[in-house]
Design a protein around this ligand. Structure first.
Ligand code: GLA
Length: 711
């Protein structure tokens, strides 16, 4: 019998709990011993066959009993006993709406009053599952949590292939894959704030074979947690794989008081039987509809001044840049770092963080004249802040050294000459909220913030937390979310870009507050193709800020074509452009705005991977859901002369085979090569079976094609 809601009676027959979407089933089983097992995870199964399923592995393995591998949960009771045995108590399935169900399963120990509630949100059409747990107890004295996974999943397949995304500043999300054999592979971070510099909080898992774009069983997984995360993949002696995902418990044993509830972040995954391409599209749709702030709203194009001026600017120069932004035709001007601090002026990255008052030398009349000048030119105004951080050389540090995460009795260690404020402290939360609130109160016209976070947590000690230092990594993040909730509540229409010295902070919990993130400080377009490709597995294009800058030797057309694949912006001296380049850019921005519904809301198809071959070519396309309109991007990167790949046609995807499409090449620039198919009409069938010859053996050649259905 399939339980929909109710109480499990002791000694009753084994029963099943289905956590499913339109195409995936996660089937849990309450066994005769009263414990909860994961019997199945995969493509949807008929209910009548559940009875044939094997019992499987315990769904949320506790430490200390008969299991030999990594547990999901490990606790220490206050009598010194480390055991836990969780039995099914009850569960509920709630239909949130016609697309979403929420299943909660309560497990409890019969010896110690500890309860674990497993939560599953299932998004039917998007085929996405979100899993988290809640741990609580009523023991007299606190219980210490040593491990507290959000979720655990089990697989029993012939082979496993893990794809990870690792990097550094300016070389984010490099894709690499490896088979998993006996033992553990861990993807984690303990950097605290700028948590993802080296490892991004997501992965791809290929079942039976390495992940492929359009075939095979694959899973994309990620965690909605902006701090330390950990994914552990462990293969046992029978080649079963268990995956546990959650906060990294490193240095984070958590003392839970009686009655207190420990809520884990959400582990989010999408399982596909048709490769990761389908899983990405599903995640993107889900993210836009349910998870990302302003996920279904438009985005603004912008001109940023960072690459153009660095810290060196004044009011007059900024107004000059506003003229450039207006000429270009973007929606907003974004003023970056360097506008603040007086005692320790922010003229370099060595000082001034924390002192969020306009620098009187650069902005003697404050920000108002710049904002007014922007408004006069029909531009919105955005501002860079980094409010979680403090420089040693700052008035804030002088006033509140106890607000800084630092050892009171040791030398300080800096990352980019700065330290992190202690957001576990409510007073610091007030202060950080106050940075935004004060700026918004003084300048209500500020329409956007770029919220940066350049340092990981060093000197890990909180004056506020006193003897509970091991709560700091977790309480910091909770403090951050609490403070962001306040900003969201007071300024619901204020978009912010999440930045962390590039793309070192991007997860689906942060994106509940930030509609977009800065993918990398590296805007060299060849590198960007790889970086944007990496992020595309997880995030919809409208979340990925992509700017045209002076990095790289490529033509302005190539740079523009690359930036077109995300949320387009500019960070370049417009005055340095030739007349032809300016006219090209103005036209490109108009084109981009027209194509936003396709590029930012459409389905993404990754056609030719830059990882295939030797940095030869890349192609991807976006298709509107009704398949009437598509945009194709094709890049020759650095192909070898005469290599045969260049002659291969690019087969398109996601079109209607029965309809005809007219091809129009966009972003044409005098002197740049064009495709032969411009102006031709093809059936969707032909385009998907035969494709278009879009590649050449040229270096840094790019094409953007618009496909429109012929009536
Ligand atoms: C970080 C960001 C950059 C820029 C600088 C300013 O490195 O990633 O885009 O804002 O800070 O200091």
């Amino acid at each position: 019998m399939l339980l929909s809601s109710g109480l499990m009676l002791r000694g009753a027959d084994p029963q099943w709990i289905r956590v499913g979407t339109d195409s995936t089933d996660l089937i849990l089983r309450v066994a005769e011993n009263g414990r909860l097992y994961q019997s199945y995870l995969g493509a949807r199964l008929p209910e009548r066959d559940y009875a044939h399923l094997p019992q499987g592995a315990e769904a949320y393995v506790p430490h200390g009993m008969e299991d030999y591998f990594e547990p999901a949960i490990r606790v220490l009771h206050n009598d010194g006993d480390p055991s836990l045995l969780l039995k099914y108590r009850e569960h509920q399935v709630r239909q949130v709406d016609d697309n979403v169900t929420e299943t909660t399963v309560v497990l409890a120990d019969e010896v110690y009053p500890v309860t674990v509630t497993l939560h599953y949100m299932a998004f039917q059409r998007e085929n996405v599952l979100k899993c988290s747990s809640e741990i609580t107890h009523t023991e007299k004295r606190p219980v210490v949590l040593y491990q507290y996974a959000s979720s655990m999943l089990h697989f029993s397949r012939d082979h496993y292939w893990l794809t990870e995304f690792s990097g550094e500043w300016a070389t984010e999300v490099n894709r690499a894959e490896q088979p998993l054999y006996f033992g553990k592979k861990v993807l984690d971070t303990k950097l605290g704030t700028r948590a993802g510099i080296f490892c991004s909080p997501f992965f791809l898992l290929g079942l039976d074979r390495p992940v492929q774009e359009n075939q095979g069983d694959a899973l994309i997984g990620t965690i909605g947690w902006t701090g330390n995360f950990r994914f552990t993949f462990e293969v046992d002696q029978f080649n079963n794989l268990r995956l546990s995902a959650g906060i990294n418990p490193y240095g984070s044993e958590y003392t839970l008081r009686s009655g207190e509830v420990f809520r884990t972040p959400e582990f989010i995954f999408c399982y596909s039987t048709h490769g990761v391409g389908e899983a990405s599209r599903n995640l993107h749709r889900w993210a836009r509809r349910y998870q990302v702030k302003d996920g279904e709203k438009e985005r603004m194009t912008l001109l940023n001044n960072w690459e153009a001026t660095g810290f060196g600017f004044n009011e007059e120069q900024l107004i000059g840049l506003l003229d450039e932004a207006q000429k270009l035709g973007v929606d907003m001007f974004l003023l970056d770092d360097g506008w603040f601090a007086n005692k320790y002026p922010r003229n370099s990255d060595t000082q001034g963080l924390g002192d969020w008052q306009e620098n009187r030398e650069k902005l003697p009349h404050g920000l108002q004249p710049v904002i007014d000048a922007a408004t006069k030119r029909g531009l919105k105004f955005g501002l860079w802040i980094e409010p979680e951080m403090v420089s040693h050389q700052s008035e804030l540090y002088e006033k509140h050294p106890d607000w800084v995460i630092r050892f009171p009795n040791r030398e300080e260690y800096y990352y980019r000459h700065q330290m992190v404020l202690d957001l576990s402290n409510p007073k610091v939360q007030d202060y950080v909220f106050g940075v935004v609130d004060d700026l918004k109160s003084r300048y209500p016209q500020i329409a956007y913030f770029k919220w940066d976070c350049n340092s990981p947590i060093t000197n890990i000690y909180s004056t506020y937390l006193k003897e509970q230092q091991s709560h700091l990594y977790i309480d910091y993040m909770r403090g951050l979310y609490r403070m962001l909730d306040r900003i969201q509540a007071k300024y619901p229409d204020l978009p912010m870009m999440l930045c962390s010295g590039g793309g070192a902070r991007c997860d689906y919990e942060a994106l509940r507050y930030f509609p977009e993130f800065w993918a990398s400080d590296n805007t060299e377009p060849l590198e960007r193709i790889f970086i944007q490709w990496g992020f595309s597995y997880l995030f919809p294009s409208k979340c990925v800020a992509a700017h045209v800058t002076s990095w790289g030797r490529q033509s302005l057309k190539f740079k523009t074509d690359v930036a077109f694949m995300g949320r387009l912006g500019y960070d370049i001296r417009v005055s340095g452009m030739s007349e032809q380049e300016l006219a090209f850019s103005q036209e490109a921005i108009r084109t981009y705005k027209r194509l936003m519904p396709v590029i930012l809301e459409g389905d993404l198809y990754r056609l030719v991977s830059p990882y295939d071959g030797n940095r030869d070519h890349a192609a991807m396309m976006y298709t509107e859901p009704d398949r009437a309109h598509a945009v194709v991007f094709a890049f020759d990167m650095t192909p070898r002369w005469g290599e045969y790949l260049s002659l291969r046609s690019v087969r398109l995807q996601g079109l209607d085979p029965a309809r005809n499409y007219r091809i129009t090449e966009l972003n044409r620039m005098e002197g740049a090569s064009t495709v032969g198919c411009d102006g031709q009409v093809y059936s969707g069938d032909y385009l998907m079976k035969v494709g278009l010859p879009l590649f050449s053996t040229g270096t840094y050649v790019s094409h953007v094609l618009e496909l429109t259905v012929e009536p």
